[in-house]
Design a protein around this ligand. Sequence first.
Ligand SMILES: [Zn+2]
Length: 303
Amino acid sequence: MESRLTILGCGSAAPSLLRANTAQILEMAGKVILIDCGEGTQWQMLKRKISAFKIDIIFISHLHGDHYLGLPGLLNTLSLYGREKPLKIFGPKGIKSLLFHNFKEAEIYPNYEVLVTEINNKKSKKIFEDNEITITAIPLQHRVPCYGYHFDNNHYSLKINKEKCDLALLGFDVIKEFKSGNDFVKEGVNYSYKDYTAPYHIEHSYTFITDTLFLPELAPIFFKTNLLYHESTYLNILLDKAITTYHSTALQAAEMANLCQAKLLVLGHFSSRYPQTNELLTEAKIIFENTELAEDGKVFIIK
Ligand SMILES: [Zn+2]
Protein backbone atom coordinates (compact mmCIF):
# COMPACT_ATOMS: atom_id res chain seq x y z
CA MET A 1 0.00 0.00 0.00
CA GLU A 2 1.30 3.43 -0.87
CA SER A 3 1.68 6.27 1.63
CA ARG A 4 0.33 9.76 1.28
CA LEU A 5 1.76 13.08 2.42
CA THR A 6 -0.50 16.14 2.64
CA ILE A 7 1.19 19.49 3.14
CA LEU A 8 -0.95 21.58 5.50
CA GLY A 9 1.53 24.44 5.82
CA CYS A 10 4.98 25.17 4.40
CA GLY A 11 5.73 28.74 5.50
CA SER A 12 8.31 29.84 8.06
CA ALA A 13 8.18 32.24 11.01
CA ALA A 14 4.84 34.08 11.35
CA PRO A 15 1.74 32.83 9.48
CA SER A 16 1.05 34.75 6.29
CA LEU A 17 -1.66 34.90 3.66
CA LEU A 18 0.74 33.10 1.36
CA ARG A 19 1.40 30.03 3.44
CA ALA A 20 0.38 28.49 6.74
CA ASN A 21 2.95 27.44 9.34
CA THR A 22 4.52 24.02 9.21
CA ALA A 23 2.22 21.01 9.51
CA GLN A 24 1.84 17.83 7.47
CA ILE A 25 -0.25 14.70 7.54
CA LEU A 26 1.48 11.44 6.68
CA GLU A 27 -0.77 8.45 6.06
CA MET A 28 1.44 5.38 6.26
CA ALA A 29 0.72 1.72 7.04
CA GLY A 30 -2.83 2.51 8.15
CA LYS A 31 -1.66 5.22 10.55
CA VAL A 32 -2.49 8.90 10.42
CA ILE A 33 0.55 10.88 11.57
CA LEU A 34 0.68 14.61 12.16
CA ILE A 35 4.14 16.13 11.75
CA ASP A 36 4.48 19.54 13.38
CA CYS A 37 1.46 21.60 14.28
CA GLY A 38 1.94 25.31 13.64
CA GLU A 39 -0.74 27.82 14.52
CA GLY A 40 -3.83 27.35 12.33
CA THR A 41 -3.28 23.63 11.68
CA GLN A 42 -6.88 22.88 12.68
CA TRP A 43 -8.12 25.26 9.98
CA GLN A 44 -5.87 23.65 7.41
CA MET A 45 -7.21 20.21 8.33
CA LEU A 46 -10.81 21.39 8.09
CA LYS A 47 -10.08 22.85 4.65
CA ARG A 48 -8.52 19.56 3.46
CA LYS A 49 -11.31 17.49 5.03
CA ILE A 50 -8.91 15.60 7.31
CA SER A 51 -10.45 14.59 10.61
CA ALA A 52 -8.30 15.35 13.66
CA PHE A 53 -9.99 12.36 15.31
CA LYS A 54 -8.11 10.02 13.01
CA ILE A 55 -4.65 11.16 14.13
CA ASP A 56 -2.77 8.31 15.82
CA ILE A 57 0.61 9.93 16.53
CA ILE A 58 2.02 13.45 16.52
CA PHE A 59 5.69 14.34 15.99
CA ILE A 60 6.93 17.82 16.80
CA SER A 61 10.32 18.93 15.45
CA HIS A 62 11.00 21.74 17.93
CA LEU A 63 9.33 24.24 20.20
CA HIS A 64 9.45 27.35 18.05
CA GLY A 65 5.95 28.74 17.70
CA ASP A 66 5.63 28.15 13.97
CA HIS A 67 5.97 24.41 14.59
CA TYR A 68 3.93 23.68 17.69
CA LEU A 69 1.60 26.54 18.70
CA GLY A 70 -1.37 24.81 17.07
CA LEU A 71 -1.00 21.80 19.34
CA PRO A 72 -2.71 23.06 22.55
CA GLY A 73 -5.71 24.13 20.46
CA LEU A 74 -5.90 20.81 18.66
CA LEU A 75 -5.75 18.83 21.92
CA ASN A 76 -8.43 21.10 23.36
CA THR A 77 -10.76 20.49 20.40
CA LEU A 78 -10.26 16.72 20.63
CA SER A 79 -11.24 16.87 24.29
CA LEU A 80 -14.26 19.08 23.53
CA TYR A 81 -15.59 16.59 20.98
CA GLY A 82 -14.99 13.54 23.17
CA ARG A 83 -12.01 11.74 21.71
CA GLU A 84 -11.42 8.51 23.61
CA LYS A 85 -8.56 6.93 21.69
CA PRO A 86 -5.17 7.57 23.37
CA LEU A 87 -2.92 9.99 21.52
CA LYS A 88 0.86 9.55 21.30
CA ILE A 89 2.99 12.68 21.02
CA PHE A 90 6.76 12.79 20.46
CA GLY A 91 8.77 15.98 20.74
CA PRO A 92 11.84 17.57 22.27
CA LYS A 93 12.42 18.01 25.98
CA GLY A 94 10.02 20.59 27.42
CA ILE A 95 6.97 19.64 25.36
CA LYS A 96 5.42 17.71 28.21
CA SER A 97 5.50 20.57 30.70
CA LEU A 98 4.26 23.05 28.07
CA LEU A 99 1.22 20.91 27.27
CA PHE A 100 0.37 19.87 30.80
CA HIS A 101 0.84 23.40 32.13
CA ASN A 102 -1.71 24.53 29.56
CA PHE A 103 -4.14 21.76 30.61
CA LYS A 104 -3.71 22.69 34.27
CA GLU A 105 -4.13 26.45 33.98
CA ALA A 106 -6.99 26.20 31.49
CA GLU A 107 -8.61 23.45 33.58
CA ILE A 108 -8.80 21.11 30.62
CA TYR A 109 -9.25 17.47 31.55
CA PRO A 110 -8.93 15.45 28.33
CA ASN A 111 -11.07 12.33 28.34
CA TYR A 112 -8.41 10.57 26.28
CA GLU A 113 -4.92 9.62 27.34
CA VAL A 114 -2.19 12.00 26.18
CA LEU A 115 1.01 9.95 26.04
CA VAL A 116 3.92 12.33 25.61
CA THR A 117 7.44 11.04 24.97
CA GLU A 118 10.22 13.60 25.23
CA ILE A 119 13.18 12.83 23.02
CA ASN A 120 16.63 13.87 24.07
CA ASN A 121 18.97 11.80 21.92
CA LYS A 122 22.21 13.30 20.67
CA LYS A 123 22.51 10.71 17.90
CA SER A 124 19.85 9.35 15.56
CA LYS A 125 17.68 6.84 17.37
CA LYS A 126 14.74 4.56 16.66
CA ILE A 127 11.83 5.93 18.73
CA PHE A 128 8.89 3.92 17.43
CA GLU A 129 8.48 0.51 15.86
CA ASP A 130 5.68 -1.91 15.12
CA ASN A 131 5.22 -4.65 12.52
CA GLU A 132 4.95 -2.22 9.65
CA ILE A 133 6.69 1.02 10.44
CA THR A 134 9.93 2.21 12.04
CA ILE A 135 10.44 5.83 13.01
CA THR A 136 13.81 7.41 13.71
CA ALA A 137 14.43 10.76 15.41
CA ILE A 138 17.35 12.64 13.86
CA PRO A 139 18.98 15.45 15.89
CA LEU A 140 19.33 18.62 13.80
CA GLN A 141 21.14 21.89 14.48
CA HIS A 142 18.88 24.82 15.20
CA ARG A 143 18.73 27.55 17.87
CA VAL A 144 16.77 25.19 20.14
CA PRO A 145 16.79 21.36 20.26
CA CYS A 146 15.26 20.17 17.01
CA TYR A 147 14.58 16.77 15.43
CA GLY A 148 13.99 15.49 11.94
CA TYR A 149 12.05 12.26 11.50
CA HIS A 150 12.50 9.31 9.18
CA PHE A 151 9.50 7.05 8.59
CA ASP A 152 10.26 3.63 7.13
CA ASN A 153 7.36 1.49 5.98
CA ASN A 154 8.77 -2.00 5.63
CA HIS A 155 6.60 -5.09 5.83
CA TYR A 156 4.90 -7.94 4.01
CA SER A 157 1.32 -7.69 2.91
CA LEU A 158 -1.07 -10.03 1.13
CA LYS A 159 -2.06 -9.60 -2.47
CA ILE A 160 -5.40 -11.13 -3.43
CA ASN A 161 -5.57 -13.51 -6.38
CA LYS A 162 -8.73 -11.99 -7.84
CA GLU A 163 -9.15 -14.58 -10.59
CA LYS A 164 -9.07 -17.48 -8.13
CA CYS A 165 -11.55 -15.69 -5.84
CA ASP A 166 -13.88 -15.04 -8.77
CA LEU A 167 -13.69 -18.65 -9.92
CA ALA A 168 -14.61 -19.85 -6.41
CA LEU A 169 -17.40 -17.21 -6.32
CA LEU A 170 -15.95 -15.60 -3.22
CA GLY A 171 -17.23 -12.11 -2.51
CA PHE A 172 -15.96 -8.95 -0.86
CA ASP A 173 -16.51 -10.13 2.73
CA VAL A 174 -14.26 -13.13 2.08
CA ILE A 175 -11.58 -11.04 0.38
CA LYS A 176 -11.53 -8.76 3.43
CA GLU A 177 -10.83 -11.75 5.68
CA PHE A 178 -8.11 -13.06 3.36
CA LYS A 179 -6.42 -9.63 3.29
CA SER A 180 -6.15 -9.78 7.09
CA GLY A 181 -4.64 -13.28 6.90
CA ASN A 182 -7.78 -15.09 8.10
CA ASP A 183 -9.38 -18.21 6.66
CA PHE A 184 -13.06 -18.18 5.77
CA VAL A 185 -15.76 -20.79 6.25
CA LYS A 186 -18.69 -20.80 3.84
CA GLU A 187 -21.39 -23.47 3.87
CA GLY A 188 -19.13 -25.78 5.87
CA VAL A 189 -16.18 -25.39 3.50
CA ASN A 190 -12.94 -23.89 4.81
CA TYR A 191 -11.17 -21.51 2.45
CA SER A 192 -7.57 -20.89 3.44
CA TYR A 193 -6.24 -17.39 2.79
CA LYS A 194 -2.95 -19.00 1.70
CA ASP A 195 -4.65 -20.47 -1.37
CA TYR A 196 -6.04 -17.15 -2.51
CA THR A 197 -3.28 -14.69 -1.70
CA ALA A 198 0.41 -14.16 -2.33
CA PRO A 199 2.72 -12.27 0.06
CA TYR A 200 4.47 -9.22 -1.29
CA HIS A 201 7.02 -6.89 0.22
CA ILE A 202 6.28 -3.22 0.78
CA GLU A 203 9.11 -0.81 1.39
CA HIS A 204 9.20 2.91 1.10
CA SER A 205 10.20 5.77 3.33
CA TYR A 206 9.67 9.43 4.05
CA THR A 207 12.15 11.86 5.60
CA PHE A 208 11.24 15.17 7.21
CA ILE A 209 14.10 17.62 7.80
CA THR A 210 13.30 21.17 8.84
CA ASP A 211 14.83 24.10 10.72
CA THR A 212 18.45 23.18 10.59
CA LEU A 213 21.85 24.07 9.31
CA PHE A 214 22.86 21.96 6.34
CA LEU A 215 24.15 18.68 7.80
CA PRO A 216 25.52 16.52 4.97
CA GLU A 217 26.74 13.90 7.46
CA LEU A 218 23.09 12.88 8.03
CA ALA A 219 22.58 11.55 4.49
CA PRO A 220 23.42 7.87 5.27
CA ILE A 221 20.60 7.76 7.87
CA PHE A 222 17.98 8.18 5.17
CA PHE A 223 19.90 6.82 2.21
CA LYS A 224 17.66 6.21 -0.82
CA THR A 225 14.60 7.66 0.88
CA ASN A 226 11.61 7.87 -1.45
CA LEU A 227 10.67 11.39 -0.47
CA LEU A 228 12.89 13.91 1.27
CA TYR A 229 11.16 17.03 2.56
CA HIS A 230 13.95 19.50 3.30
CA GLU A 231 13.63 23.04 4.48
CA SER A 232 14.87 25.71 2.08
CA THR A 233 14.13 28.90 3.92
CA TYR A 234 16.39 30.98 1.65
CA LEU A 235 18.05 31.15 -1.73
CA ASN A 236 21.79 30.44 -1.58
CA ILE A 237 22.59 34.14 -2.10
CA LEU A 238 21.46 34.50 1.53
CA LEU A 239 23.70 31.68 2.77
CA ASP A 240 25.17 33.91 5.50
CA LYS A 241 21.69 34.65 6.81
CA ALA A 242 20.83 30.96 6.64
CA ILE A 243 23.88 30.16 8.75
CA THR A 244 23.26 32.85 11.39
CA THR A 245 19.60 31.82 11.74
CA TYR A 246 20.38 28.05 11.63
CA HIS A 247 18.51 27.41 8.42
CA SER A 248 19.29 25.93 4.99
CA THR A 249 19.12 27.15 1.41
CA ALA A 250 17.46 25.55 -1.62
CA LEU A 251 20.87 24.65 -2.99
CA GLN A 252 21.82 22.87 0.22
CA ALA A 253 18.52 20.98 0.26
CA ALA A 254 19.34 19.77 -3.25
CA GLU A 255 22.83 18.77 -2.16
CA MET A 256 21.29 16.69 0.62
CA ALA A 257 18.89 15.00 -1.84
CA ASN A 258 21.86 14.22 -4.04
CA LEU A 259 23.94 12.82 -1.20
CA CYS A 260 21.19 10.55 0.11
CA GLN A 261 20.03 9.65 -3.42
CA ALA A 262 16.43 10.54 -2.66
CA LYS A 263 13.87 9.67 -5.31
CA LEU A 264 12.08 12.99 -4.87
CA LEU A 265 12.97 16.21 -3.06
CA VAL A 266 10.23 18.51 -1.81
CA LEU A 267 11.29 22.00 -0.79
CA GLY A 268 9.44 23.79 2.01
CA HIS A 269 9.58 26.17 5.00
CA PHE A 270 9.88 29.19 2.71
CA SER A 271 10.67 32.64 4.04
CA SER A 272 7.84 35.12 3.50
CA ARG A 273 10.31 37.23 1.49
CA TYR A 274 9.52 34.86 -1.39
CA PRO A 275 5.90 35.36 -2.51
CA GLN A 276 6.85 33.26 -5.54
CA THR A 277 8.98 30.19 -4.92
CA ASN A 278 10.04 29.42 -8.50
CA GLU A 279 13.55 30.76 -7.97
CA LEU A 280 14.07 28.32 -5.11
CA LEU A 281 12.96 25.49 -7.37
CA THR A 282 15.26 26.59 -10.19
CA GLU A 283 18.20 26.79 -7.80
CA ALA A 284 17.60 23.30 -6.41
CA LYS A 285 17.11 21.75 -9.83
CA ILE A 286 20.65 22.75 -10.86
CA ILE A 287 21.86 20.04 -8.51
CA PHE A 288 18.87 17.74 -8.11
CA GLU A 289 16.46 17.54 -11.03
CA ASN A 290 13.63 15.63 -9.37
CA THR A 291 12.59 18.49 -7.07
CA GLU A 292 9.13 19.86 -6.37
CA LEU A 293 7.81 22.71 -4.28
CA ALA A 294 5.62 22.21 -1.24
CA GLU A 295 2.36 24.10 -1.35
CA ASP A 296 -0.42 24.23 1.23
CA GLY A 297 -2.91 21.48 0.37
CA LYS A 298 -0.60 19.64 -2.04
CA VAL A 299 -0.55 15.83 -1.81
CA PHE A 300 2.44 13.62 -2.58
CA ILE A 301 2.10 9.87 -3.06
CA ILE A 302 4.99 7.82 -1.69
CA LYS A 303 5.48 4.31 -3.05
ZN1 LIG B 1 10.38 27.15 11.52
